[in-house]
Write a protein of this length. Structure first.
Length: 321
């Protein structure tokens, strides 16, 4: 039995090696993402193990995939929107993913950014660089157990986030489209408008869907507290970026922590000359009360190990059964 793994990052290689040794199965490690141009590298394998990637191709890609005797696409992340599921069904290709490789990793990054913004670390860095070390009344902070944290979306990541804030003594309220009993002890359920109006920290954890696209726009930002902090660890499209920049510039909210941006596909995961970096990002990143990270909230050793192990197990177990 042999599996081909594409888009293999250096940080993943040790976990692939460990999995091969443990299961006595060969995995061919390929650096580049899978496309019709390098599909031949998977010749002789039972399936492929992928990271989120550009679209694989049109129907002819899947036809060729099946003709080569490949049976499985094991995605080692959650998203499978780059795969044509209708073609997979037609050619009897089984698709699996890893829906939760470490919700805690993303929850911890959201908390980290919220606390850094709450304690105004960006502003201190800026004023201290100017030689200003005196107590500045504009930079007095709040303590987390005095605050209300509002979560939008209470799934794997929202739930972990709720537990972390609750452990720190914050009042945690949440809006989710369905009521989940398992979080009743850590959150008080409410509606979206209440989360927007009452929260000191608003943390977004829904997927991007037609219903959630731009759910935080000019109107919602105006309705937030003036000292509210917005955290988006989910998908950039949940927030109207232009409206957010406007609200920050008008001091309608106090700050933002963003691991995702609406136009991130143009530049996240790439190393670019600075003149090719989008202007919106540059505007946000230059603000001391904004933290932007390049979609790395998931990027911990635990998550990487789980992605590799579960992604490969999903393929291996189907073949074994
Ligand atoms: P999940 O499916 O476990 O939870 C999503 C929750 O959102 C569910 O409880 C669902 O009921 C709720 N929901 C969906 N639509 C809603 C709506 N219109 N209104 C209110 N609630 C709604 O997903 P998860 O694992 O918690 O992940 C959440 C999101 O985090 C993912 O969709 C992904 O976009 C993002 N994510 C980011 C990173 C990162 O590194 N930054 C990593 C993984 C996932």
């Amino acid at each position: 039995m042999k599996i081909a793994a594409y888009s293999v990052a250096a940080s993943e290689k040790p976990y692939f090696e460990q999995w091969m040794k443990k299961n006595n199965v060969e995995v061919k490690l390929i650096d580049k993402p899978l496309s019709i141009n390098n599909l031949n590298e998977a010749a002789g394998c039972i399936g492929v193990c992928l990271q989120q990637a550009p679209k694989l191709g049109d129907e002819s890609f899947y036809q060729r995939f099946a003709e080569m005797g490949l049976k499985y696409i094991g995605v080692r992340t959650a998203g499978i929107d780059f795969i044509d599921l209708a073609s997979c069904k037609k050619y009897n290709i089984k698709v699996t993913n890893v829906p939760a490789y470490s919700p805690r990793a993303i929850a911890e990054m959201g908390l980290t950014q919220a606390l850094a913004l709450l304690r105004k670390l960006g502003e201190y860095k800026e004023t201290m660089a100017e030689g200003k070390f005196s107590l500045n009344p504009n930079l007095v902070s709040n303590e987390i157990y005095n605050l209300t944290v509002g979560l939008v979306g209470l799934g794997h990541i929202g739930g972990e986030t709720a537990r972390l804030y609750r452990a720190l003594g914050a009042n945690v309220i949440a809006y989710n489209r369905s009521h989940k009993m398992e979080y009743e002890s850590v959150v008080e359920y409410t509606d979206l408008q209440t989360v927007i109006e009452k929260s000191d920290i608003i943390s977004l954890h829904t997927p991007l869907t037609p219903q959630t696209k731009n759910m935080i726009g000019a109107e919602q930002l105006r309705a937030m507290k003036k000292d509210a902090i917005l955290i988006n660890m989910s998908r950039g499209g949940l927030v109207d970026t232009a409206a957010l920049i406007d609200a920050l510039q008008k001091h309608e909210i106090a700050g933002a922590g963003l691991d995702t941006l609406a136009d991130e596909a143009k530049f996240f995961r790439k190393d670019l000359p600075l003149d090719q970096v989008p202007a919106d990002y540059k505007t946000l990143a230059a603000m001391p009360n904004v933290i932007v990270t390049p979609h790395v909230a998931f990027y911990t050793t635990t998550a990487v190990e789980n992605m590799v192990n579960i992604g490969l197990d999903n393929i291996y177990r189907q073949e074994e059964n």
